[in-house]
Design a protein around this ligand. Sequence first.
Ligand SMILES: [Zn+2]
Length: 340
Amino acid sequence: MTAVTPGLVDAHHHLYGTLARGMPAPPRTPATFRQILEQVWWRLDAALDLEMVRSSAMLGALEAIEHGTTAIIDHHESPNAIEGSLTVIADACAQVGVRVLAAYGVTDRRGADGAKRGLEENRRFLAEGGRGLVGVHAAFTCGDDTLAAAAELGTESGVGVHIHVAEGPDDVDAVARLARLTRDDWLLAHSVNLTGDHPLRGTIVHNPGSNLNNAVGYADPRRFTNPVALGTDGIGADMVDTFRLAHLLHRSVDVTATPETAWDWLATGWNLVPEARQDRVTWSYDPMDPWHLAFTPGVRPLRVEIGGEVVLDEGVATRVDPTEIRAKAAEQAARLHAAL
Ligand SMILES: [Zn+2]
């Protein structure tokens, strides 16, 4: 039995994190979310070069179509390989056949020059016709001038800003600092530490697996009036699995919760990337409805059609060689891990 659905949307991904698996343990065990950023992600992103960025994007894009995800909203940082990085990611995704909205996460954590170069990469990519948003790492790593410049670039370019908001306790000031900048086309990733009555505009992206992994607490998206979408925050792009985690977390605080709520969050992805609605995924399972999928692990796509083209057939990518992508990714991961 098979069933067909539109393509799924991962509303917050970090393709560059795909090569992090198996990386050497940091010198000290991180004990807080801030230390996880400092000792894992900010060391990893600093070691990336464009070849690694390309390889991580190829593998991440391949894994997306292998899970029926036809559109990725990516948030990228590679502070020692900024220029051209968004084009590298867009090209890698195009080669595999998956849709991507790219963004470079601007930050002042490496000085004003780093922020300027990040903004310029967003500007260049969007001006050249690239599909994406303006990326900002988070308010707590940016000065007010940088936040204002990113918001302005978004307005000028006709796109929203993709930013982490209140993921950890370091970023609770984000509410006051972003209150006059946000618009409905912004993407607010995480929002764990926002109150239900916060004034920020935009779609909140809930990342249940990542939040569990970082022990940042339950974001409880029910309390927001904003639209809510689902993302993986760099841990693969399996959106059926992410829906299931979102439901289980919801259920952990409310035994009357139904899977329809998390399903609605997953469906918000189609408002962010409407073309994904026209993509076609044929699944190994029928019916693809929330009540079945909440309790049926291991459902997988047999065939994926994106923009009318078959990119996965009988479970195997058609436009690229998956074995070759995985072999290259292993090589680049070894280089990256050695650099750490
Ligand atoms: Zn993130």
